[in-house]
Design a binder for this molecule. Structure first.
Ligand SMILES: *[C@@H]1O[C@H](CO)[C@@H](O)[C@H](O)[C@H]1NC(C)=O
Ligand SMILES: *[C@@H]1O[C@H](CO)[C@@H](O)[C@H](O)[C@H]1NC(C)=O
Ligand SMILES: *[C@@H]1O[C@H](CO)[C@@H](O)[C@H](O)[C@H]1NC(C)=O
Length: 751
């Protein structure tokens, strides 16, 4: 913004500033939200009076977040130590005596040019965010009684707990000094920094603590601690006091210290509270709001150039037997991205899937820029395989690694969306439909395992949308590979004893300060649930109706099933009160028959039937019961979910939910076995009869004849369901099959 634009307003501003700066209550000052122009101008007025400093030798995600928060509140920060080698001790964030020495040098320069009223604000850089503008910070500082230098405070006396007894006042809530933030007048701070020598690797907090504990220095330099977190909020040890207020439509999210009733203006994720800051950072500094959603997301977005797309390694992991793998491979082929920009790596660890994987690989690998596969027979562990993918990408012309597990099902646009998000490590939110199981953790407990964050369910159920900084992602994610080409990133690994590969990996990213994100800005896919997938079954996917409904319906319901329910639809009725619906796909019929034939134990067609409680069947057929092939539960579910709604639509006024059916079986008719069935009533309220194969192709003859109406249904269609009343009116017989084999699936519903 140019100064000229504000010239006309300056007089008003000075007036406003003078009025407000004499007010003792900070509440009258501009709120955290400085959208009002008045606040902006106050900031501008103050800029020359304050120097804001941090020390950061590396650039990382924490520093990026810090600097963004400063920009949001119009605070100019000077980053000291950029590019210097960190010698301040073995920490992966700024800390240690080197900070003091770097700062000392800078303040020496300031002493030459600035007057004694000049103010210096110092904060750490990697784990700090600004939550308010400079005017608010200064107003609070200046209102502190008898204070020329104010340090942040915390509940732990660190690094030397023995010093606790030397503190003048330990009766307050945050009795001890924290050196992650301080504000004060230049001469006093300069004196503090020059009081003693400090080695780069000595502890800076200890240095400041000793000065504070020196009564003489404390009193002459007027050093105070921010016990109430009026400006500085340290998160470590304060989590129960600090509440995130993010559900207002009136103002931007903020934190409140409920113990001291303050709205802190600078927050510090000190020590182990870094992950808490990551969580809060999703909302704070105008990153997100109820009204505007994820404002931060939009700031980072980049536009992909189709003539200059990044090269992506797509690393596919099949670690466990996975339902609907065929659809998984189809989705890989459908991903909207040029295959000559994709390096393919397919790792399969499941012998059962190897034939399918092989066929995919043989057919398609040549379409990709490069291709590599790891087979079950290579005996490579999951962690090793994932390390290999990473190394291959790091050591080749590869810009991003897109890892995708066989349980992940993503939309075509997912890869492009993730690439254009501008985030370095980002996963699409994938959830098992209808469950709270997803591919991220919102929080992590001290042992490194799953913990639920306050917003976990809101994210999983898309009650709030955005891109969320989280401590753990899995199953599908994109990573900018440049991050892993630094010397420090050599520590990144999927291999750690007794720990899942993804947990080991995410832990090493957290240790490096690499932030992980999950996006639910829009729908990007879901997870299939492999838990009940039983590969000892013939066609195990067809057993998955309860656990993987989306895939199951897509593959196994008739394409016109939904058409049955269209408004004003006339239902086919080939005989009186015999309805006829498209219900299951051809694929369902074929797999259903194959399951029966693989099982093979058809009943003998006699009246003696051990499968029945009574042991006696009056009208026997050659059949296999669903309970014999482990499909009873699935079939009852199909009756409830897909048959019952049809029944309720045509036999109006009859409700029985769930439908009860004891007899569910596939019948086989053929000339040399049992070719027909004599007239009978069914013991059911209604009977369903699903044709599984095709007349004139698979067999000749067959059909169902209803004697009372002298009406037959002969040209049955596979996947089409006949539904008719069971007793009294619908006395019926199975017509003679003269050639081939006819299969039908029968249920006597509500006997
Ligand atoms: C907002 O959250 C607070 C607690 O954090 C809760 O007491 C309040 O009812 C919530 N308001 C709305 C509108 O959800
Ligand atoms: C039944 O219908 C057939 C034609 O569909 C006819 O030939 C036959 O005579 C009818 N039988 C009776 C008893 O009505
Ligand atoms: C029975 O079907 C087979 C093929 O399925 C065919 O070869 C044969 O000719 C048919 N026989 C009769 C009598 O229709």
């Amino acid at each position: 913004m140019s100064d000229n634009r504000f010239r006309a307003l300056i007089i008003l501003c000075i007036f406003t500033f003078l009025t407000l700066s004499t007010a003792s209550s900070d509440q009258q000052f501009c709120s955290i939200d400085s959208r009002e122009s008045g606040c902006k101008i106050q900031n501008w007025l103050h800029k020359d009076d304050v120097t804001v400093l941090t020390v950061a030798t590396d650039e990382n995600h924490g520093l990026e977040r810090y600097l963004r928060s400063a920009r949001v509140y119009d605070i100019d920060v000077e980053v000291l130590g950029k590019g210097k080698t960190w010698t301040g001790g073995n920490m992966n964030y700024a800390g240690g005596g080197q900070k003091i020495n770097i700062l000392k040098e800078k303040l020496g320069e300031l002493m030459k040019t600035e007057d004694k009223d000049h103010i210096v604000l110092f904060t750490d850089g990697y784990d700090v965010m600004f939550l308010g503008n400079m005017a608010d910070i200064l107003a609070k500082f200046k209102a502190m009684p008898d204070t020329r230098v104010l340090f942040a405070a915390e509940p732990f006396c660190w690094p030397d707990a023995k010093l606790a007894s030397m503190y003048p006042n330990t009766e307050v809530s945050n009795p001890f000094l924290n050196s992650g933030g301080f504000i004060g007048y230049l001469p006093e701070i300069y004196e503090i920094l020059n009081a003693k020598e400090i080695k780069d690797k000595d502890d800076d907090q200890l240095y400041y603590t000793k000065i504070y504990l020196d009564k003489n220095m404390r009193e002459t330099l007027k050093i105070s601690l921010d016990h109430k977190s009026e400006i500085f909020q340290n998160l470590n040890g304060a989590l129960s006091d600090v509440q995130l207020r993010a559900n207002s439509t009136e103002e931007w999210p903020y934190i409140e210290n409920v113990a001291t009733k303050q709205r802190p203006l600078i927050v510090h994720g000190n020590g182990p509270s870094k992950l808490t800051l990551n969580y809060l950072g999703n909302y704070l500094a105008k990153s997100w709001s109820m009204n505007e959603g994820c404002t931060l997301c939009a700031e980072k977005r980049i536009k992909l150039k189709d003539d200059n797309l990044p090269t992506v390694m797509m690393a596919v992991f099949i670690e466990q037997a996975t339902p609907f793998l065929e659809e998984f491979f189809q989705q890989l082929l459908d991903i909207d991205y040029p295959k000559n920009k994709i390096q393919l790596l397919v790792r399969n660890y499941v012998e059962y899937h190897e034939a399918e994987v092989d066929s995919f690989y043989q057919k398609h690998s040549k379409d990709y820029a490069t291709a590599k596969r790891i087979k079950p027979s290579d005996f490579i562990s999951e962690a090793e395989a994932r390390n290999i993918a990473m190394e291959r990408c790091v050591n080749s012309v590869c810009d991003y690694l897109f890892a995708i597990d066989s349980v992940a099902r993503v939309e075509k646009q997912t890869l492009r969306y993730l690439l254009s998000s501008g985030y370095d490590v980002i996963a699409p939110l994938l959830v098992r439909p209808g469950q709270a199981w997803s591919n991220f953790w919102g929080a992590i407990n001290s042992a490194g395992f799953y913990a639920r964050s306050a917003d976990y369910m809101d994210i999983v159920y898309n009650s709030i949308r955005g891109i969320w900084n989280v401590p753990f992602i899995t199953n599908c994610y994109l990573m900018k590979i440049e991050l892993f080409r630094t010397p420090a990133a050599k520590s990144v690994t999927y291999s750690k004893e007794e720990v899942d590969p993804d947990m080991a990996f995410c832990a090493s990213l957290r240790d490096l300060g690499i932030m992980m994100h999950v996006s639910n800005e829009r729908e990007l896919g879901h997870l299939v649930n492999p838990e009940t997938f039983d590969i000892t079954r013939t066609h195990p996917d067809v057993y998955q109706v309860l656990d993987n409904k989306l895939e199951w319906e897509k593959r196994y319901l008739h394409v016109d099933y939904a058409v049955n329910f269209e408004e004003g639809r006339e239902h086919l009725m080939p005989c009186p009160d015999v309805y006829w619906f498209p219900m299951m796909s051809m694929r369902f019929c074929n797999e259903w028959i194959a399951i029966m034939e693989a099982f093979g134990q058809w009943s003998d067609g006699s009246n003696n039937d051990k499968r029945l409680e009574s042991g006696y069947e009056a009208v026997p057929t050659r059949d296999i019961h669903m309970s014999q092939v482990g499909l009873e539960r699935q079939w009852l579910h199909i009756l409830k979910e897909y048959v019952r709604p049809l029944q309720e639509m045509v036999f109006i006024g009859y409700y029985h939910n769930p439908p009860v059916s004891i007899m569910n079986f596939v019948v086989r008719y053929r000339p040399d076995e049992q070719p027909s069935l004599r007239p009978h009533h069914d013991s059911s309220t209604y009977t369903i009869n699903l044709a599984l194969n095709t007349p004139h192709v698979d067999y000749e003859g067959g059909g169902c004849h209803f004697l009372r109406y002298n009406c037959s249904v002969r040209n049955t269609k596979p996947g089409w369901l006949l539904m008719h009343p069971g007793r009294l009116t619908h006395y019926h017989e199975g017509l003679l099959v003269t050639n081939g084999t006819r299969y039908i699936m029968i249920s006597f519903v509500d006997p």
